[in-house]
Design a protein around this ligand. Sequence first.
Ligand SMILES: C[S@@+](CC[C@H](N)C(=O)[O-])C[C@H]1O[C@@H](n2cnc3c(N)ncnc32)[C@H](O)[C@@H]1O
Length: 278
Amino acid sequence: MNLFYSYSSLLGRRMVKCEWNLKHYICPSLSPLKTNSRNITISAISSEPNGASISVTGADGSSSSSVCRDSSISGSMEQVMVEYVFGRKKATEVAHYVWKQVVQKGDAVVDATCGNGYDTLALLRMVADNAGRGRVYGMDVQKIALESTSSLLDQFASPDEKELVELFVMCHSQMEDIVPNDVAVRLVAFNLGYLPGGDKKLITRSETTVLALEAAKRILAPGGLISIITYVGHPGGREEFEKIEYFASGLPVESWKCCKLQLLNRPLAPILIFLFKR
Ligand SMILES: C[S@@+](CC[C@H](N)C(=O)[O-])C[C@H]1O[C@@H](n2cnc3c(N)ncnc32)[C@H](O)[C@@H]1O
């Protein structure tokens, strides 16, 4: 499938167009399962009332999951937390539920690590309204990741909804370059590590992650949330997590509420960190 896709160049923020040959990244609930790696597992893990929930797990235990077709989320936050405690919900699902407590239709949000686009799609469904308001600014350092994201949006978002998404091949430490100054950002989401099914050497790095957190802190509106899913199973992952913990611990208590969710007897499980700006 060919499509035209526009993104801003970092230098001069000039809008350019490029034609991308999109490969198949397909929701397993709708089509035969395809993946480009031997090292990931993709499985349908449950059937939600309005869509199929899928989970993508890396060899080191890193994972991402999302709901295809319709990300309407059922159940209360309390139920989700209980299900997480009993091992029936994944970290990414908990993150999506937490986002829903903060994000409203018409909001502007940032996906700082688009990857295969599941988080971007979930965010789009939270912000898109009938009046065409809402905006998702998405970024990734890998063009192939944004191709995958774009392909997922082609399949599960309407053309009008897709118009609300802007994707940039760039490092998230530069996010202030692409979010207009007058935009109040409600959520900045990080799902760190490497692209499931991609090159495991192309991972988020603690130095740029901390710079990106600083940038997120500056652009976030009061009442907004920085959400981080961090993985300690790959080289550099634990150091990155510790840097994030240090960053979060230093945020002033009068203006930030910082929280960590961690499974104690699964040392390589994803760790969730939420930084809520009062
Ligand atoms: C675990 S994946 C993200 C999963 C994704 N949110 C999803 O729903 O499929 C992490 C992504 O971060 C990207 N990444 C690595 N370093 C980055 C950076 N400095 N800025 C932005 N993205 C980066 C990787 O290319 C990879 O695609």
